[in-house]
Design a protein around this ligand. Structure first.
Ligand code: F0G
Length: 356
C-alpha cells in the first residue's frame, strides 16, 4: 500500500515501519454470486494482510508516525485484531506496547499473536467499551502514552488505501456498493474517505454506497440509521459470536453516520446464525476463510438481496476484514455437517466404499 505514499501523511520515508501490508486480493466470487443472482460480486479479502486483518493498513502508518514523533510507548484497547497488529508493528519498531482487552472475549488466534509479539496485556474485567474508556482516560492524563485506537487519525489515513485498491483493482471504476462490518466505525469512514479523495483528485467520477453491517445485539449504528437519529445511543451488554465487533458504544459514530448518509448508503443487522452460515458458504463456495465479524458483510448482502434491496446488475464489494484462523473457537458451531471418516487399519475396504 506504500505505493500510495504521496497520499499518506509520513514525511520521511526512512521512518516507515512496514510488514508488507495491503495489496490484498479482490476476488470475483462467481459461485456465490450465481447463488445470489449477482454477476459482479467481489470479496476484498483483508485477511491476506501480514497479521491477518485490515488493521495493518492503519498500523503501518500510525506506528511510522509514532517513530516520526519520537513516541516510545503505544497503547490501545482492542477486541483482538488491533492489539495483534499493534503488537507486531511495535515489535518491528522496537516500541513498548501495552494492550487492554476484555477478559475472556478475545479469539484465541488473536491472543497468541499478541503474546508472541511480546506486548504487555491488561485483561479488563468488562467489555471492549469499558477497556476503551479506561485507555482514553489514561492517555488524557499521561503524556508518555500514544493512543493507537482508530481515533488516531493516522490509522484511518492508512485504512483509506482499502478504497484506493478496490478502485484500482476494478480498473479505475468505483463499485456501486461496498459492504463492511462495523464495530467502532473507523474502517467504514476511512474507506469512504479514500473514495472521496479519488474523486477530489479527478481519478474517479463515482463513489459507492457505503453499507455498514452490525450484529443484531451490537447494532447502535443500525438503530440510529433506521431512526434517522442525529446521535448514536450506546447499546448496553452488546453480544455476538463475532467478538471483533462486539461493541456497544462506537467511538467514531459521527463519522460513520456521515459516511453512510453522504453516500446514500444504509446499515443492516445480521444474526449470529446468519453470520455462521455466510462464513461457511464463503469458505465452501469460494475458498475464502474469514473470521465471523468479516462474514457479517456477506450475511448482510445476502439479507438485503433476499429483501430485494440490491440491484442484481450492481457491482458489489464485500470487505472481509480478518482471517478465519483468527477464531477457531467457533468449530462446534459450524452450521453444516462435517465430513469425518475413521480409518482403523482393518476397515479399508468398507471406507473406500463409503468414500467413493
Ligand atoms: N472486522 C474485524 C475483523 C475487526 O477486528 C473489526 C474491529 C471490525 C471489523 C470493525 O472495524 O471498528 O473500524 O468498525 N476490531 C477492533 C479491534 C475494534 O480492536 O480489533 P471498525
Amino acid at each position: 500500500m506504500w505505493k500510495y505514499k504521496e497520499l499518506l501523511p509520513i514525511d520521511h520515508q526512512e521512518s516507515v515501519i512496514s510488514l508488507g501490508e495491503g495489496g490484498t486480493g479482490l476476488h470475483h466470487c462467481k459461485r456465490l454470486g450465481k447463488k445470489l443472482g449477482l454477476k459482479r460480486l467481489y470479496v476484498k479479502n483483508e485477511g491476506e494482510n501480514p497479521t491477518g486483518s485490515f488493521k495493518d493498513r492503519g498500523m503501518t502508518v500510525a506506528v511510522s508516525k509514532a517513530i516520526e514523533k519520537h513516541r516510545r510507548r503505544v497503547i490501545c484497547a482492542s477486541t483482538g485484531n488491533t492489539s495483534a497488529s499493534l503488537a507486531a508493528y511495535s515489535a518491528k519498531a522496537g516500541l513498548d506496547c501495552i494492550v487492554f482487552i476484555p477478559k475472556g472475549k478475545i479469539a484465541p488466534g488473536k491472543m497468541i499473536q499478541v503474546i508472541m509479539h511480546g506486548a504487555r496485556i491488561v485483561e479488563v474485567d468488562g467489555d471492549f467499551d469499558k477497556a476503551l474508556e479506561i485507555v482514553v482516560k489514561l492517555v488524557a492524563d499521561r503524556k508518555d502514552l500514544y493512543l493507537m485506537n482508530s481515533v488516531n487519525p493516522y490509522r484511518l489515513e492508512g485504512q483509506k488505501t482499502l478504497g484506493f485498491e478496490i478502485h484500482d483493482q476494478l480498473d479505475g471504476q468505483s463499485p456501486d456498493a461496498v459492504f463492511l462490518p462495523v464495530g467502532n466505525g473507523g474502517n467504514i469512514s476511512a474507506v469512504w474517505k479514500g473514495f472521496n479523495e479519488l474523486q477530489q483528485l479527478g481519478l474517479s467520477r463515482d463513489k459507492p454506497r457505503m453499507i455498514g453491517i452490525q450484529a443484531a445485539k451490537a447494532a447502535p449504528i443500525v438503530h440510529a440509521i433506521r431512526n434517522h437519529a442525529s446521535r448514536v445511543l450506546p447499546v448496553a451488554k452488546a453480544e455476538t459470536i463475532a467478538t471483533a465487533i462486539r461493541i456497544g458504544s462506537p467511538i467514531n459514530w459521527p463519522k460513520v453516520l456521515r459516511a453512510i448518509r453522504d453516500s446514500n448508503g444504509t446499515a443492516e443487522t445480521v444474526t449470529d446464525i446468519q453470520i455462521l452460515n455466510a462464513q461457511t458458504q464463503l469458505a465452501r463456495d469460494e475458498g475464502i476463510f474469514v473470521e465471523p465479524a468479516s462474514a457479517a458483510s456477506i450475511a448482510g448482502l445476502e439479507k438485503m438481496v433476499g429483501d430485494k434491496k440490491i440491484d442484481r446488475n450492481d457491482t458489489i464489494v464485500c470487505v472481509t476484514t480478518g482471517h478465519g484462523l483468527k477464531d477457531p473457537s467457533i468449530i462446534d458451531r459450524i452450521p453444516t455437517s462435517r465430513q469425518f471418516y475413521n480409518l482403523t487399519g482393518n476397515n479399508t475396504d468398507q471406507l473406500i466404499k463409503q468414500l467413493f
